[in-house]
Design a protein around this ligand. Sequence first.
Ligand code: BGC
Length: 886
Amino acid sequence: MLAVSKITLNYEPGLCGVDAFPLVGWQIVSDRQNVYQQSWRLQCSTDTAFSQLHYDSGVVTDNASANITLPDIPLLPSTRYFLRVCISDNDGEQSRWSEAAEFVTGMLNAPWQADFISAETPENRHQSNGTLLRHTFRLADKAIAVAFVHVTALGLYHLYLNGQRVGNDELAPGWTSYKQHLLYQTWDVTAQLRQGKNAIGAEVGAGWFKGDMGFMRHRNFYGEQTALLCQLVVRYDDGTQQVIGSNDGWRTDASPIRFSELYDGEVYDARLVQDGWANTEFDDHGWRPASVVTFNRQALTAQGAGKVKAQETLLPQAIITTPQGDTVIDFGQNMSGWVAFCVNGQRGDRVVLRHFETLDAQGNVYLDNLRSAQQRIEYILSGDGEETYHPHFTFQGFRYVKVEQYPGRIEAENFKAIVLHSDMQQTGRFSCSHAGLNQLHHNILWGLKSNFVDVPTDCPQRDERLGWTGDAQIFCRTASYLMQTRNFFAKWLTDLKIDQTPEGGVPHVIPDILTGHCEADRFLSEGGTHSSSAWADAAVVIPWTLYLMYGDTRILETQYDSMKAWVDFMHAHADNHLWRYKLQFGDWVALDAAEGSYFGATPDALICTAWYAYSTGLFARAAAVLGRHDDAANYRALYQAIVQRFHSDFFTADGAMTARTQTAHILALYFNLVPDAWRQRTVDTLVELLAEQEGHLVTGFIGTPYFCHALSQNGRINEAWALLMKDDFPSWLYQINAGATTIWEHWDGIRPDGSMWSPDMNSFNHYAYGAVGEWLYRAVAGIDVDEAQPGFKHVIISPMPGGDVSFVDAGYQSVYGEIAVHWRRAGECIRLSVRIPANTTATLKLAAREIIVADGLVFTPHASHWCATTGSGAYQVEYLPADDKA
Ligand code: BGC
């Protein structure tokens, strides 16, 4: 049996709203081993029966089943296309046609027959209330074949047709560098329309566009008025088309949302609800006309997938009364989203909720670490029977909710927490015999869910929630094991490129709202708002990581100039290959920092030069991948020169590192900046530095992600495992033992004595230290990419049993299908089961003394391991682990 099990379009199962023909990929299943695709055939049609073929590739003899760019196929705007694929394999077997995947085109080159319209004027710039816009229109009395709406806002919007919500996006159109990059969403609304009279309406809020943002609390970053842009395209059975666009004929009024801000929450007055306001019969003569707002239409880009949606529902785990007498609902999980509730009461009664992350040492409500973010919801009842509500244009980071007001008894059944994040397919799974490690994996995953809310944020709760480049870069590889992140990061990288300084400097946060708005912050106003080492390197590391994980060269193409500009920026500001620039965050929040300081002990010049080398080296490799040979050669030479300088400045003549910190040694080892002769000494010193802390790390953002790799890649697997398994302060498992459900910003967020790090900066939902997830997948489960055949076309399976863990069961959904690894100790032996997807190959690289069961694989011995290369299928191997490694 040979079948195409799943087609992907731009890595997604389907797309609604695209600007160009998507990249195509598919997954193959077969009941045989060593299956390779021999040929493929793809058809594209505008009907599900494939009777109106738009494109037929014919049989293409080729083994590629991912990242396929089809020749220029002309597309019509606002049109649905279906794709199907069939293949043959190396055994001559022929599959049937796959199920169809579909995509819908956006506006393409069709003109917008619509204006940005607003219910506001510039005088409303300080207001944060919602507004309503509505319009009625007539459709012809003939059968409607299909209708699509293309819509976006300056601000955030919900769209309605004939009283019904359109789509299920939240916080649309998300956060981008709007002036040059504004996403619009496309929906099929055929079922919501009827012949004759129809009504369209929108509710709009301030959001990132106009609202209050950043820890220095500015507003109006992108404009003073919210606005809506909307174009409805209706196609009739007879082939004619009608377009309805937003214009100044629309009517506007105030919404029941009296206030809505991302950090502060929402005030909703249900007494102000105008029943049927988005229906045809509604009488809007008391409403005001909308005004037209000008905005750069060149910025408009279709968003086919990856939008923020309600993803999960959590129920209250407990309702507690704190020692101070507050009523608190515990949802059992730190998260991002809302509380939805039901309530009965009198007109004018209120529900008031405060959202927060943790109780203090006494078990009381702890709001201090939210800083100025109010995270407050106020709902004013209409008094009309049972009322249900969830917020609209805000989200909160919380596990706990303090109920400040609620008419009647507070019953668990009336509350639920709705988890919001960008829509991405989960690709990673990991479980093992150790409950603490399973919880760690869970917490890393929830750090991702909580912080991938349209942009990769540092944290979801306090007055920050910004796209800090360093955090995103550090976590990117882990995130890309856990979820299909390609489109999420590609969107954000577009903004990174837009927001780079003319010289190629990379802002600390993307979208950049710090530049020009940080007079109140001494560090930033003196040190600048761009180009801190390891933060700015997001420009290079993230595209490269996406290339490795998905085999996607398109992202390298689109980001190439941005990557190059960043490396050139460092070069322009380096002094004979030693790089150090203005404000550096260094080994941020490391424990070897001076008391109360955020800056770890590793010198900036060392960190900066290490990263300069690393990014330059990666860029040279990216240039080679794209066949830009001159760049590849030039930047390789530059890379070598930087490495030389690193050797001479950061090693003494007898091979000691000049900085005796864990992070200095980790960077030198993981980035391969150690002269061969001194590698052993560097590894030994790192182990000594660990022993000096009784096996604990004291590393910050820079050293932590690579700590376990630096050890395990240098023959110190036992030390790497010991570090991971530490469970007293400071360690990953210490947080777990302290009850964490997400990853903390500080190792000492809550200290063993119950005291907390200063509320100035103490998030309990920061994903950066969750970067150890990469080690769980790449080393513990041993599912690693081969740079020569990226996207897991060839996978290296090299598990690393250790740490008294008796089994690991893990999987990664690559673009070719799931790579599964299960290992289990059986007496002296390791029993390993692996599953390799069709049309890929694997090398099993086992730290083994002896292979006991080979399952038909041919293993060859190497200095420290045994290797076998194979094609797809399931294999069960048994081996005796090498003495010192397990
Ligand atoms: C953020 C960090 C960020 C850092 C940079 C903090 O406020 O929360 O995660 O990377 O600033 O210094």
